[in-house]
Every structure is written in C-alpha cells, then in structure tokens.
Design a protein around this ligand. Structure first.
Ligand code: PEP
Ligand code: MN
Length: 365
C-alpha cells in the first residue's frame, strides 16, 4: 500500500503551530510590511507571518529593528488582513510588548537559546501567558542546550513549544552537500543535530529555517528539498517584497513570487509503508560491510594499543605529526582513486585518529 507523504508534512494541521511560517527578516516600514503581508495573506498554506522587530546584530552599527513602532503596524495589519505574526524576543520587556500588541507566537533566537540565564528570564516573563514559543537552535551544535531551553520553557508552563533548525556557526565555512553540489552555507546544517533532538523529544514539532542556513537565496530551495528527506513538521522562510534592498539578510530573502513558486514546485514524496523488496539484498550487503568495517576498526585499535606500549618503552610522545601527515596523504590518494569524497575521507580519518590517540593515552595512564 502506498501513501503520500507531503513534503515536511507541511499540510498536517494537527501541529500546535501552523507549519509554514514566512515573512521578512525585519519590519522596515509600514508600507513594506503591508506589501509582504498582502502577498502572504493570499497564500493559504502560510499559517503565520514572521517579522523581526528587535534584530540581534553580530557587529554594532547595523539596523537593529524598529521595536514598538513595528508592533503597532503588526497589530493593525493583522486585523486588516486576518493574519497572525510572530517575532523574536530576547528580553522580558520584548515579551511584555508582544503581549500588549496581540502577538501570541514568539521565537527565541539562536543567540539567546544557548544562554540558560536569558532563557530563564524569558521563562519568567512567559509564565502564565498563553504564548506559543519557537526555539531556534543555539549557534553552537550543542543539542543539550537546545533541549534545555525547550525543557525550561515547558517547565515554566509554556505548552506550545516548537523547535526551529537554522544551522550552526563554524569558524571555517564548512562545505556540505546540496543535492549533487558541495557548497558553503552561512550556517552549516549538521542534520544529525536536529534529528537527535527529534529522537530525544519526539513530541516537539520541528521546523526547518533554510534561509539562515543558506545565506544565499539560490540555496534556499535546494535546502528545502534536502529537508524533505528528513522528518520536519514545517518551514520558516524569509520573504521580502524587494530582497535586494532589505536592511537585514538581503542576500537570503526570497520575493513572494519566488517563494510561491518554491512551494508550488515541492512535489509530494511518495513513500511505501512496507519495505521495498528490491532494497533488501542491497541492505543485507550494507549490513555485512558495516560488520566488516567495525571488525577492521577493532583490529586497528588493537594495533594502536600495542604501539602505545612500544612508544612508552621508547619514551616517545603518542602524537607523531610526521607519521600522521604521511598517513593522511596516502589515504587521501587512495580515496581519490576509489572515487571517495575528499572532505568525507579527511573527516573519517580524523575521527579514527582521535580514537586511536584516546586508546593510546588511556593505555599510557
Ligand atoms: C532571524 O530569524 O531573523 C534571526 C535573526 O534568526 P537566528 O536567530 O536564527 O539567527
Ligand atoms: Mn534574518
């Protein structure tokens, strides 16, 4: 029997927060907010309009949002178009102002969600309110901090809490795959982190924010296609009436037309509810290969242990940079011949080497 699994379960209505959220990075003027609201109000799949009112800026001097003035426009336009807005809150005063202007969904940004003190202050302000809260992942890939922020909010009595995956900061811009391309994202997705959150908190709706991951508008749709391969409950996408002139995040925002085209182009995935029989022989081979790889890794670690004893007798340090450089160069050469990806091979070798060092140091102790 076949069932249709819609992309990201986008059309499921049972989630606490409607699942397609779209809107500008920031509220910049009444007219621009009205323009984008009019366009998004005409898209029935958009359940909530995002619009930043206080903007966290990495460096001083940029546009920091219009604050209360923007909330006033949001209240008026919500009534005029019959829509709901959400915005970012970082302080208890922000929460109080949102309540005053009828904003009942807010999000905790990536620079706040990783700070238990700030989350604690927000919890106090939200306690006893009926506000719905979206928690963006912290900028560092620390799933514990992300889970902790959600737990704190729930303990403060916020019952509608969702998570938003917006990617992670890295010092070097890591290359990751987007379909068949390898590209640099503004915030690396690290898909395994939200999937860990999903496993640990299966009842928390999980949304994907491809805009802040991408940093570039041409990468938003490919990221949405990638997200469809995982188990998301919805999307948060930045949409602006004239992205190039936007005061924040100009390169990554989509026009309403491009956004609508992206939604229309999202073909539903067809999924079989029973395992496809033609996959089985290949899956058996993968199982066998994994078992062989683990047995080989165990043998490799045993060699490391024996080497540790010899190094100790010779009073040699465990880390031998010349030897390691030779190993990496040799294995990367082999990987290239075998058609294995260079970044993947390097990451795998680093993992194995770190474990080998750990084993040797443990035996030294
Ligand atoms: C935003 O949504 O505009 C924003 C600042 O997001 P983040 O906290 O994910 O950087
Ligand atoms: Mn933004």
């Amino acid at each position: 029997m076949k069932k249709i699994v819609y992309l990201c379960k986008l059309f499921h209505e049972q989630n606490m927060i409607k699942t397609i959220i779209a809107g500008p990075c920031s509220v910049e003027s009444r007219e621009r907010l009205r323009q984008v609201t009019e366009a998004l109000a005409a898209m029935p799949r958009v359940g909530l309009i995002r619009a930043g009112v206080w903007k966290p800026r990495t460096r001083p001097g940029g546009f920091e949002g219009l604050g209360e003035q923007a909330l006033r426009w949001m209240r008026d336009l919500a009534a005029e178009f019959g829509v709901s807005y959400c915005c970012e809150v970082a302080t208890p005063e922000h929460v109080v102002l949102c309540q005053r202007y009828g904003i009942d969904t807010v999000w905790v940004g990536a620079r706040t969600s990783g700070n238990p003190f700030m989350v604690g202050e927000l919890c106090q302000a939200l306690h006893g309110s009926n506000m719905k809260v979206l928690v963006k992942n912290p900028t560092s890939p620390d799933v514990g901090l992300w889970i902790g922020a959600i737990e704190r909010l729930r303990q403060a009595g916020v019952s509608d809490v969702s998570a938003v995956h917006r990617g992670f900061s890295t010092y070097h811009t890591l290359r990751a795959s987007a379909g068949s391309q390898r590209v640099s994202y503004r915030n690396t997705p690290l898909w395994e982190v939200p999937m860990t959150l999903r496993r640990e908190m299966p009842d928390v709706p999980l949304l994907c924010d491809p805009s802040h991951m991408a940093g570039r508008r041409d990468l938003v749709a490919p990221l949405v296609r990638m997200a469809a391969q995982f188990d998301y409950d919805g999307l948060m996408v930045e949409v602006h009436p004239d992205p190039d002139s936007a005061l924040t995040d100009a390169p990554q925002q989509l026009t309403p037309l491009d956004f609508a085209a992206m939604l229309d182009g999202m073909a539903p995935l067809e999924a079989s509810t029973v395992p496809a029989p033609q996959l089985e022989p290949l899956r058996r081979q993968i199982d066998e290969i994994d078992h062989e790889m683990l047995a080989l890794l165990a043998r490799r670690m045993e060699m490391s242990r024996q080497i540790a004893f010899i190094k100790r007798d010779l009073r040699m340090p465990v880390y031998q940079s010349g030897r390691w450089a030779d190993v990496v160069a040799d294995r990367l050469g082999q990987a290239a011949e075998l058609g294995l990806d260079d970044d993947f091979t390097r990451a795998l070798l680093e993992k194995i080497h770190a474990e080998s060092m750990r084993v040797q140091l443990a035996d030294k102790a």
